[in-house]
Design a protein around this ligand. Structure first.
Ligand code: ATP
Ligand code: PRP
Ligand code: MG
Length: 297
């Protein structure tokens, strides 16, 4: 079946670390998605001209570069690995999505007393990210043999394939379970929205922009909070400085309480308990922090 050119196409990971959060981001953007069945390789939004292609994450940059899918959700690690192997990159990163956070690290056996990077010289390192690792080693002036594996990289030292590995780490539990310890940070990653740089006609462009605006709104609301508080008018300069990421708060006089105002602001950064304590210290009272359901800037 050839793709419907009246609809836009978004490539997402079929099953894996990014799948669930990619779908919940799209649901948060108001899309109603229906999938043919668990084994189906596509899904359709019935309230937006969007089809999802459910694929392996490694294939997503190629699909987007070729314009088969106009958009894709993928880890920066996969995007960077692809881009380093393709000087003629036809993909643009358009938004960081705030999930799938992990870091590509070199790890050594626990039993080894590893104390300097030069110990990698002339060694074998197993990884699924040969291009990123090669660049890192080059910038460190280290020459080592890279052994490319498609998965289960943590097993390489035990199997005698390589002494060191370079793989994704988040909690470190997988390294631990395999008797390995991180020794160098190579690349930090999170999931990103990517867009094709192939020419797209105006109606398609409008559909893509509409979806990206909604997704931008979802990401902004995840961090943003609406704050309401009372304060003496004289405390406003100090309070404005403490409110995280708030532009131009609304200030309203309090009836029957001269010199007192109510302040309302959208804070576009995380609001921690420490923030509330500092606001209180600056003279604020009756501080309310509320989630924002939808936002369009
Ligand atoms: N432990 C982790 N914590 C958070 N994000 C991770 C973690 N491991 C990987 N990721 C991110 O999620 C992406 C997908 O990881 P996953 O392990 O599901 O990939 P995969 O096994 O290559 O799947 P596929 O079958 O699609 O090729 C990675 O490329 C990375 O960006
Ligand atoms: O530091 P941790 O929290 O232990 O996470 C790291 C592990 O997560 C990823 O694999 P995943 O579990 O997605 O499985 P996979 O190897 O089958 O892709 C990655 O390849 C590591 O093996
Ligand atoms: Mg993969």
């Amino acid at each position: 079946m050839s793709p419907d050119r009246n609809r836009i196409h978004l490539a997402v990971q079929k099953s894996g670390r990014l799948s669930e959060e990619s779908l919940s981001l799209l649901k948060g953007a108001g899309l109603r998605l229906s999938r043919g069945g668990k084994s189906s390789l596509s899904a359709r939004a019935d309230n937006y001209p969007l089809d999802l292609m459910l694929v392996r994450d490694d294939d997503i940059p190629t699909f987007v570069a070729d314009g088969v899918c106009e958009l894709g959700i993928v880890g920066q690690n996969v995007l960077e690995e692809y881009a380093l192997g393709q000087p003629d990159r036809r993909i643009e990163e358009v938004a960081r999505l705030g999930f799938g956070r992990c870091s590509l690290k070199i790890a050594a056996p626990d039993s080894l007393n590893f104390f300097k990077l030069k110990m990698l010289e002339g060694q074998r390192i197993a990884t699924s990210y040969p291009n990123i690792l090669r660049r890192f080693l080059d910038t460190q002036g280290i020459s080592a043999d890279i052994v490319t594996m498609r998965g289960a990289v943590e097993l390489a030292p035990r199997l005698g394939i390589a002494r060191f590995i370079c793989d994704l780490v988040s909690t470190g539990a997988t390294l631990d379970a395999n008797g390995l310890a991180p020794v160098a940070d190579v690349f930090d990653s999170e999931a990103v929205m990517i867009r094709t740089l192939k020419p797209v006609d105006a109606p398609h462009r409008a559909k893509m922009d509409g979806l990206l605006t909604r997704i931008g709104g979802v990401i902004a609301t995840q961090e943003s909070k609406y704050i309401v508080l009372n304060a003496p008018e004289s405390a406003l300069p100090a309070i404005s400085k403490i409110l995280p990421g708030a532009e131009a708060p609304t200030v309203v006089p309090l009836v029957g309480r001269p010199g007192q105002v109510a302040v309302q602001a959208v804070c576009q950064e995380s609001v921690f308990w420490e923030t509330l304590e500092r606001l209180k210290g600056a003279g604020a009272s009756a501080i309310l922090v509320m989630p924002i359901e939808k936002m369009m800037m």
